[in-house]
Design a protein around this ligand. Sequence first.
Ligand SMILES: [Zn+2]
Length: 293
Amino acid sequence: MKKILFGLMLCVGLLTQAQRNWDAVEITSERLADNLYVLYGSGGNMGLAIGDQFAYLIDDQFAPLSDKILGAIRALTDKPLRYVVNTHWHGDHAGGNAPMAQQGATLIAHENVRKRMGSVQWAGTDRETQPAPFEALSRITFNEEMTVYLDAGHSMHIMHVNPSHTDGDSYVYFPEANVIHMGDNFISGYPFIDIASGGDIDGLVQNMNMALFIVDDQTKIIRGHGGVAGRAELQAFRDMIDTIRMRVKQAKDAGKTLEEVQQMGLTSEWDAQYDKGFINAQRLLEAVYSSVD
Ligand SMILES: [Zn+2]
């Protein structure tokens, strides 16, 4: 029975992938600074930075969209695409790696992104992902942080943050342009804490505090999913996840089971705003319960 169920789930996963209508997806862009754009399509939001010689892309969505993404980049700049940075390993952010590399871009990511993409993974424990081919794996990796100088006046800081969404998450910060891409640490719905990929609620709260330290009232924040946000939305998101974290910890410490915690209404004041996407309140509570300490 378990085997049949698993097979069924796998088929459902493949079907949803196959049924996606890539032809209908349009890549749109929004200018955030002189040399910086956010690109929207289907999957994780992308950042595009333009230097004096090259263009640089943050995340690349899915392989079937690569031609459209490259077309959208060409509409904004004639500079060749030099590097593609992955904020983490998930397929809706790094799925276009191989075609981008074939077009001449060099892939950069945290060491754990490369490790996870190169081996069988279970995102959220119910979706099996096979190892990606060598072409899709980072050619340059880092452990803590690295800086790319775009031109005489602009830089891009890639910073590994605490295990939170996954254990390979990075922020990509453009200090002169005052823009930051936070990957899936910050999305418009409840956060996905991917326990199977080393995700952790305590790390997520610490990362939010770090982000609040970096950004000011003028910073434009590219979220992994959802529109561009500012400091006030980041603060609200941080307060929401930290309050839920504390409530779950208190209940868990008092001996409540996960099922009991899920019946306590611990997220009720935020459900209308955040319980709308991939992660519902029950899944969030499950991930917080299993990783809080
Ligand atoms: Zn993700």
